[in-house]
Design a protein around this ligand. Sequence first.
Ligand code: SAH
Length: 214
Amino acid sequence: MDTSQHPNNEARKLAEGLKRKGISDKRVLAAIGNVPRHLFIDERLAEYAYLDRPLPIEKGQTISQPYTVAFQTELLQLKPGEKVLEIGTGSGYQAAVLCEMGADVYSIERYQELHLQAKETLNKLGYYPRLFFGDGFEGLPQHAPFDKILVTAAPEKNPEKLLNQLKIGGWMVAPIGGRQGQRMTVIKRISNDKFRESEHGDFIFVPMQKGTDE
Ligand code: SAH
């Protein structure tokens, strides 16, 4: 089995393609070039693993398109050691990219089956983010505050409880909007009760849903 210690050519080529599409952060590209994406999807889809496309995973969810993973990760401007909370573990692929960047990674998933599967995949590859089964709308108050928060499912409006788990000076990257499409939004916490927003283009994500499921 491929592991992160044995990066594959296909992942490196995928990263080169993302560079041509405008991703410029070298650390993000290096991380994508090191993660074996084919191990995060059903083996029947393996031949599509290194194309720049979203792919289906269990429970009607998706592993985001690599460009989207890279774009969101670039917006995070992660420094090694920063504490980052991901909402929507899904396959675990984005969490692996964050681990590759040297972040202290926390991730929440609302489907127990996806949570357990992602844990198995990540640990087999030697990634040990802190994974939680629960409702991401609640965040992780017991582990807050976070330097950065990355939301990989779409909330219809700003997730207030999560914003309050940011450090002052930290920010959240989230696709915000309804089922027709979302705006990639960066919300920076300027002071205890002051936030500043910027928008970064249109995307389509699966909706963020309340509560948990098997
Ligand atoms: N980051 C994932 C993308 C998965 S798609 C990856 O790299 O594969 C988005 C995920 O968010 C889905 O798995 C979905 O179940 C999850 N999700 C949706 N609403 C959620 C919520 N309220 N809390 C936690 N996870 C949620």
